[in-house]
Design a protein around this ligand. Sequence first.
Ligand code: AGP
Length: 372
Amino acid sequence: SAAEKGGHDYFMLKEIAEQPRAVADTLLGRVGADGQLVLDEMRLSDQELRDINKIIVVACGTSYHAGLIAKYAIEHWAGVPCEVELASEFRYRDPILNRDTLVVVITQSGETMDTLMAVRHAREQRSRVLAICNVNGSTIPRESDAVLYTHAGPEIAVASTKAFLTQLVACYLVALYLAQIRGTKFGDEISQVIEWLAQIPARVEEVLRTVEPVRALARSLADERCVLFLGRHVGFPVALEGALKLKELAYMHAEGFAAGELKHGPIALIEEGLPVVVVVPSPIGQRVLHDKIVSNIQEIRARGAMTIVIAEEGDSAVAPYADTLISIPAVPTLLQPLVATVPLQVFACELAAAKGHDVDQPRNLAKSVTVE
Ligand code: AGP
């Protein structure tokens, strides 16, 4: 009913709107008054976490995209080697696992069969398993050594939105906590980022207040057959997530690429009028990558692409090459996915609605995939 949806047309829109609160709840009680992180619910001792020499993040779908972003944070802040793998591939090769490997599984539902089988496989090889999960007492946290709950609240729409943002927060907390207990060369940056996290709900709110033009754009593209998404660094998984949302909801061919790969193949796809969404790194925090992606945008535009550019507010260097410019607030580099993903969720939701699709229950999909 409309009441259940809190006045929104779809659960998905309600859940998109709940993201500032979901992020705040996931941070609640985890940052001490002294600015130190407190994660004692984790059931792994600091000594156990210090002994870890490799992390493998394992998940499916949107949760896998959160894992791809976690890798950047874990390797940069904590300095621990990190791999990311699709749960459905993990146990069918011969992953090198031992006592000193931490397997981090990410799952909204806690019931995804591929991910559960990965947990069992990792524990058989004596690896420690940490679950990042949204559903209390679900199977995967029960079978894991440790759990860090996200507090997104119930997610009803099949397409994951608020669970994704809170998974990112949980991943950042794990990376920052590992840095805190293991020591890191980025001490000052770590305390600044921890302070910054408290600002994120307000920044996401700001994005939500400014997405009206994204809605109009989505409606205008309802008859397109294909949309490409480009990004690099943490913007690359954001591009993958934007494409997945559009596939799930709008049943359109949508593909995410690392912008640096364009010249190795995907640029051949560019043709007159093709909508291409580009997630642009900060011109200040990531000047080198920013400039490279601005050249990519010029290249694809010269070949006729319609450029839809998600860029930090005040990024005047990219503006001349954007057919549509979507501004997002400036936040620390690794945190950018928390604000950059939101317009892509709105974009997919609105485009699917314009096509007359059931946004909350897309065809052929289930909220939790309990078969392999
Ligand atoms: C997200 O929009 C999808 N519906 C799907 O990819 C989902 O993220 C995936 O099935 C994993 O689910 P989980 O997080 O509950 O394990």
